[in-house]
Design a protein around this ligand. Structure first.
Ligand code: E4P
Length: 220
Protein backbone atom coordinates (compact mmCIF):
# COMPACT_ATOMS: atom_id res chain seq x y z
CA UNK A 1 0.00 0.00 0.00
CA UNK A 2 0.97 3.66 -0.29
CA UNK A 3 0.83 6.06 2.66
CA UNK A 4 0.97 9.83 2.11
CA UNK A 5 0.94 12.88 4.35
CA UNK A 6 -1.67 15.48 3.42
CA UNK A 7 0.08 18.72 4.29
CA UNK A 8 2.28 21.58 3.14
CA UNK A 9 3.86 21.99 6.57
CA UNK A 10 7.51 21.61 5.60
CA UNK A 11 8.70 21.45 9.20
CA UNK A 12 6.24 18.68 10.05
CA UNK A 13 7.18 16.66 6.95
CA UNK A 14 10.87 17.04 7.83
CA UNK A 15 10.10 15.69 11.31
CA UNK A 16 7.80 12.84 10.26
CA UNK A 17 9.36 11.63 6.99
CA UNK A 18 12.12 9.68 8.75
CA UNK A 19 9.54 8.07 11.08
CA UNK A 20 6.54 7.27 8.90
CA UNK A 21 6.98 4.93 5.93
CA UNK A 22 5.50 7.46 3.53
CA UNK A 23 5.43 7.27 -0.25
CA UNK A 24 5.03 11.01 -0.55
CA UNK A 25 3.00 14.12 0.18
CA UNK A 26 -0.34 15.40 -1.08
CA UNK A 27 -1.38 19.04 -1.00
CA UNK A 28 -4.40 21.10 -1.95
CA UNK A 29 -4.91 24.87 -2.36
CA UNK A 30 -6.14 25.40 1.24
CA UNK A 31 -3.17 23.44 2.59
CA UNK A 32 -0.74 25.54 0.51
CA UNK A 33 -2.38 28.78 1.71
CA UNK A 34 -2.03 27.60 5.31
CA UNK A 35 1.75 27.27 4.83
CA UNK A 36 1.90 31.05 4.27
CA UNK A 37 4.52 30.62 1.53
CA UNK A 38 4.46 30.87 -2.29
CA UNK A 39 3.33 27.60 -3.86
CA UNK A 40 6.58 26.69 -5.62
CA UNK A 41 8.73 27.43 -2.56
CA UNK A 42 6.63 24.94 -0.60
CA UNK A 43 6.44 22.30 -3.31
CA UNK A 44 10.18 22.37 -4.00
CA UNK A 45 10.93 22.15 -0.28
CA UNK A 46 8.57 19.19 0.08
CA UNK A 47 10.07 17.39 -2.92
CA UNK A 48 13.50 17.98 -1.50
CA UNK A 49 12.53 16.29 1.79
CA UNK A 50 10.83 13.25 0.24
CA UNK A 51 13.63 12.81 -2.28
CA UNK A 52 13.56 11.75 -5.93
CA UNK A 53 11.59 8.57 -5.16
CA UNK A 54 8.93 10.43 -3.16
CA UNK A 55 5.68 11.24 -4.94
CA UNK A 56 4.33 14.78 -4.65
CA UNK A 57 0.79 15.88 -5.56
CA UNK A 58 -0.40 19.45 -6.18
CA UNK A 59 -3.79 20.74 -7.24
CA UNK A 60 -4.83 23.18 -9.96
CA UNK A 61 -6.87 26.22 -8.96
CA UNK A 62 -8.30 27.46 -12.29
CA UNK A 63 -11.96 26.61 -12.86
CA UNK A 64 -11.78 25.82 -16.56
CA UNK A 65 -10.02 23.04 -18.42
CA UNK A 66 -7.66 25.38 -20.26
CA UNK A 67 -6.33 26.91 -17.02
CA UNK A 68 -6.11 23.52 -15.32
CA UNK A 69 -3.99 22.19 -18.18
CA UNK A 70 -1.80 25.31 -18.14
CA UNK A 71 -1.29 25.01 -14.37
CA UNK A 72 -0.47 21.33 -14.70
CA UNK A 73 2.22 22.23 -17.26
CA UNK A 74 3.57 24.88 -14.89
CA UNK A 75 3.71 22.40 -12.01
CA UNK A 76 5.50 19.84 -14.16
CA UNK A 77 7.95 22.38 -15.52
CA UNK A 78 9.21 22.91 -11.95
CA UNK A 79 8.76 19.34 -10.67
CA UNK A 80 8.53 16.89 -13.58
CA UNK A 81 7.42 13.93 -11.44
CA UNK A 82 4.51 15.74 -9.76
CA UNK A 83 0.98 14.34 -10.07
CA UNK A 84 -1.60 17.01 -10.88
CA UNK A 85 -4.75 16.94 -8.79
CA UNK A 86 -7.80 18.04 -10.74
CA UNK A 87 -11.25 18.52 -9.20
CA UNK A 88 -13.75 16.14 -10.80
CA UNK A 89 -16.07 18.75 -12.32
CA UNK A 90 -17.23 18.90 -15.96
CA UNK A 91 -14.22 21.13 -16.79
CA UNK A 92 -11.99 18.93 -14.66
CA UNK A 93 -12.99 15.87 -16.66
CA UNK A 94 -12.10 17.65 -19.91
CA UNK A 95 -8.69 18.49 -18.42
CA UNK A 96 -8.12 14.95 -17.14
CA UNK A 97 -8.94 13.51 -20.58
CA UNK A 98 -6.57 15.92 -22.33
CA UNK A 99 -3.75 15.44 -19.83
CA UNK A 100 -4.17 11.67 -20.07
CA UNK A 101 -3.85 11.94 -23.85
CA UNK A 102 -0.57 13.78 -23.28
CA UNK A 103 0.64 11.05 -20.91
CA UNK A 104 0.41 13.29 -17.82
CA UNK A 105 -0.61 11.47 -14.61
CA UNK A 106 -3.56 12.99 -12.75
CA UNK A 107 -5.53 12.52 -9.57
CA UNK A 108 -9.26 13.21 -9.65
CA UNK A 109 -10.03 15.08 -6.44
CA UNK A 110 -13.02 16.44 -4.50
CA UNK A 111 -14.81 13.15 -5.01
CA UNK A 112 -18.03 12.78 -2.99
CA UNK A 113 -19.70 9.97 -4.93
CA UNK A 114 -18.71 6.64 -6.47
CA UNK A 115 -20.19 7.59 -9.86
CA UNK A 116 -18.19 10.82 -9.91
CA UNK A 117 -15.03 8.88 -9.09
CA UNK A 118 -15.72 6.33 -11.82
CA UNK A 119 -16.05 9.12 -14.41
CA UNK A 120 -12.62 10.45 -13.42
CA UNK A 121 -11.16 6.96 -13.75
CA UNK A 122 -12.73 6.45 -17.18
CA UNK A 123 -11.36 9.85 -18.23
CA UNK A 124 -7.92 8.47 -17.39
CA UNK A 125 -7.10 9.68 -13.85
CA UNK A 126 -4.47 7.45 -12.32
CA UNK A 127 -5.66 8.17 -8.77
CA UNK A 128 -9.12 9.00 -7.43
CA UNK A 129 -9.51 10.77 -4.07
CA UNK A 130 -12.82 10.26 -2.27
CA UNK A 131 -13.20 12.68 0.68
CA UNK A 132 -14.04 10.25 3.46
CA UNK A 133 -14.54 12.61 6.40
CA UNK A 134 -16.24 15.31 4.39
CA UNK A 135 -18.75 12.72 3.14
CA UNK A 136 -19.29 11.50 6.72
CA UNK A 137 -19.75 15.11 7.84
CA UNK A 138 -22.60 15.46 5.34
CA UNK A 139 -24.35 12.50 6.96
CA UNK A 140 -23.19 10.21 4.16
CA UNK A 141 -20.85 7.27 4.55
CA UNK A 142 -17.32 7.86 3.31
CA UNK A 143 -16.45 4.21 3.65
CA UNK A 144 -19.49 3.15 1.58
CA UNK A 145 -18.39 5.51 -1.20
CA UNK A 146 -14.86 4.06 -1.03
CA UNK A 147 -16.19 0.50 -1.19
CA UNK A 148 -18.56 1.18 -4.07
CA UNK A 149 -15.88 3.04 -5.97
CA UNK A 150 -13.37 0.23 -5.43
CA UNK A 151 -15.85 -2.29 -6.85
CA UNK A 152 -16.55 -0.04 -9.83
CA UNK A 153 -12.83 0.43 -10.52
CA UNK A 154 -12.18 -3.31 -10.26
CA UNK A 155 -14.96 -3.96 -12.75
CA UNK A 156 -14.57 -1.09 -15.19
CA UNK A 157 -11.37 0.91 -14.72
CA UNK A 158 -8.71 -1.31 -13.18
CA UNK A 159 -5.82 0.99 -14.07
CA UNK A 160 -7.04 3.67 -11.65
CA UNK A 161 -6.55 3.43 -7.92
CA UNK A 162 -8.22 5.04 -4.92
CA UNK A 163 -6.10 7.41 -2.88
CA UNK A 164 -8.54 7.97 -0.03
CA UNK A 165 -8.38 11.45 1.51
CA UNK A 166 -9.98 13.67 4.13
CA UNK A 167 -9.59 11.84 7.43
CA UNK A 168 -10.25 13.12 10.93
CA UNK A 169 -9.60 9.92 12.85
CA UNK A 170 -7.34 6.88 12.58
CA UNK A 171 -10.51 4.73 12.71
CA UNK A 172 -11.75 6.19 9.41
CA UNK A 173 -8.38 5.45 7.81
CA UNK A 174 -8.23 1.91 9.19
CA UNK A 175 -11.75 1.17 7.99
CA UNK A 176 -10.71 2.26 4.51
CA UNK A 177 -7.61 0.08 4.54
CA UNK A 178 -9.53 -2.87 5.96
CA UNK A 179 -11.98 -2.65 3.12
CA UNK A 180 -9.09 -3.09 0.68
CA UNK A 181 -8.20 0.48 -0.22
CA UNK A 182 -4.51 0.51 -1.25
CA UNK A 183 -3.64 4.14 -0.74
CA UNK A 184 -4.46 6.83 1.83
CA UNK A 185 -3.31 10.33 2.67
CA UNK A 186 -3.37 11.49 6.29
CA UNK A 187 -3.21 14.95 7.82
CA UNK A 188 -0.29 15.30 10.25
CA UNK A 189 -2.46 15.20 13.38
CA UNK A 190 -4.23 12.00 12.28
CA UNK A 191 -0.94 10.33 11.32
CA UNK A 192 0.48 11.18 14.75
CA UNK A 193 -2.56 9.70 16.48
CA UNK A 194 -1.48 6.27 15.22
CA UNK A 195 1.43 6.47 17.67
CA UNK A 196 -0.24 8.40 20.47
CA UNK A 197 -1.65 5.66 22.68
CA UNK A 198 -0.70 6.61 26.28
CA UNK A 199 -0.52 2.91 27.13
CA UNK A 200 2.53 2.60 24.85
CA UNK A 201 4.42 5.31 26.75
CA UNK A 202 3.43 3.75 30.06
CA UNK A 203 4.66 0.31 28.94
CA UNK A 204 8.02 1.71 27.83
CA UNK A 205 8.43 3.77 31.02
CA UNK A 206 7.96 0.58 33.03
CA UNK A 207 10.61 -1.32 30.99
CA UNK A 208 13.05 1.56 31.51
CA UNK A 209 12.28 1.85 35.23
CA UNK A 210 12.79 -1.84 35.83
CA UNK A 211 16.07 -1.80 33.88
CA UNK A 212 17.56 1.26 35.55
CA UNK A 213 16.59 -0.01 39.02
CA UNK A 214 18.38 -3.30 38.34
CA UNK A 215 21.43 -2.18 36.31
CA UNK A 216 21.70 1.54 37.03
CA UNK A 217 21.90 2.59 33.38
CA UNK A 218 19.63 2.65 30.34
CA UNK A 219 21.78 0.47 28.10
CA UNK A 220 23.39 -2.96 27.98
C1 E4P B 1 -7.30 15.46 -0.79
O1 E4P B 1 -7.27 15.42 -2.02
C2 E4P B 1 -7.59 16.69 -0.07
O2 E4P B 1 -6.45 17.47 -0.18
C3 E4P B 1 -7.82 16.55 1.39
O3 E4P B 1 -7.54 15.28 1.86
C4 E4P B 1 -9.14 17.09 1.85
O4 E4P B 1 -9.25 16.79 3.18
P1 E4P B 1 -9.81 17.73 4.34
O5 E4P B 1 -11.24 17.34 4.49
O6 E4P B 1 -8.98 17.29 5.50
O7 E4P B 1 -9.59 19.14 3.98
Amino acid sequence: MELYLDTADVTAVKRLAPIFPIKGVTTNPSIIVKSGKPIFDVLLALQDIIGPDGQLFAQTIGNNAKDMIKESEKLRSKIPSIVTKIPVTPEGLIAIKELTKQGVPTLGTAVYGAGQGLLAALAGAKYIAPYVNRIDAQSGSGIDVVNELQTLLDLHAPSSMILAASFRTPRQALDCLLSGCKSITLPIDVAELFLADPAVEAAIDKFEDDWVKAYGTLSF
